[in-house]
Design a protein around this ligand. Structure first.
Ligand SMILES: [Zn+2]
Length: 148
């Protein structure tokens, strides 16, 4: 399945467990969730990456949806979580051939309602994209993506 975008979310919850138990089908709406627990980053899995997510009204089929665990309307994302998210996003962008301008916050999607603040009012998406670029793997000058 072609993935044209990577969409970044926050969970607006304290833990990943909240996300899963609140879901209609006990499956997280996001393909992945990154959570800072103590001084470790946990990577949680939702639906299979080749299956649709249920994270937004549109783009569930065409995007990879990654959530940072936390409510970043209320608190700022921890730097270590942002860095892990950027590295993880960068690897997926590389593998799926997603260009940097297609790595977007949920609130940046054209179809998103103006009331949507996800991934949070304190989440600086431009600075995040800079971190993704900095982490982008440079295996070869000529190789921009690995065909699956
Ligand atoms: Zn969202």
């Amino acid at each position: 399945m072609k993935r044209t975008h990577i969409v970044i979310h926050h969970t607006a919850s304290k833990t990943w467990a909240n996300v899963v138990t609140q879901g209609k089908h006990k499956v997280a709406p996001f393909h992945y969730g990154l959570e800072l627990k103590g001084n470790r980053i946990l990577i949680h899995k939702g639906p299979n990456i080749l299956e649709p997510a249920s994270a937004t009204k549109h783009y569930n089929d065409s995007a990879i949806h990654i959530a940072a665990v936390g409510d970043f309307d209320k608190t700022t994302p921890p730097p270590s979580l942002l860095l892990a998210l950027a590295v993880f996003t960068s690897d997926l962008a590389f593998i799926f051939g997603v260009p940097i301008d297609h790595i977007v916050g949920h609130s940046e999607l054209p179809a998103a309602s103006t009331s949507i603040t996800c991934p949070g009012l304190t989440f600086n998406l431009d600075k995040f994209r800079d971190k993704v670029i900095a982490a982008f793997p440079r295996l070869s000058k000529n190789l921009t993506s690995i065909p699956l």
